[in-house]
Design a protein around this ligand. Structure first.
Ligand code: 9YT
Length: 128
């Protein structure tokens, strides 16, 4: 059994920062679960363009509020605690926080720990 406490991850190399977000990575590829699990903060004042062509991601909002734009359809959906979105088609999207959002994120395949977005909004493909 693996047991992790967010308090032990903050400030370590499992606490990864990108432009407009902070991702506390609770479970990673090396843990062998087949997915990674992140406690992620989306900060106010950024429009994030994300397009995970190499991953599927589910994102469950547990704090804050903001919105997501599906770039394929133009549809905008409000995000608030209790809302989940699943990028089951590697959907190209934008997210923005009106109040800092705290999101529980699951990636398949799992991230290895150090990933930040490239200029297209993707994380690199897993190499294993
Ligand atoms: C919601 C989202 O994709 N934010 C960017 C960070 C990512 N979720 C991560 O690595 O935790």
């Amino acid at each position: 059994m693996i047991i992790r406490d967010l308090a032990d991850i903050v400030g370590t190399d499992m606490d990864v920062k990108g432009k407009g977000w902070t991702s506390r990575r609770l479970l990673l590829a090396k843990d062998g679960m087949g997915f990674s699990l992140h406690d992620t903060l989306i900060h106010v004042g950024y429009e994030l363009h994300l397009h995970y062509v190499n991953h599927l991601e589910a994102v469950y909002c547990i704090e804050g509020k903001g919105r997501i734009l599906d770039k394929a359809t133009g549809k905008v959906t409000d995000l608030h605690p209790g809302v989940v979105y699943a990028l089951n088609e590697h959907d190209d999207h934008m997210i923005e926080a009106d109040e800092e959002m705290r999101m529980v994120c699951v990636f398949n395949p799992p991230v290895t720990g150090t990933e930040v977005h490239d200029e297209t909004g993707a994380y690199p493909a897993a190499t294993e």
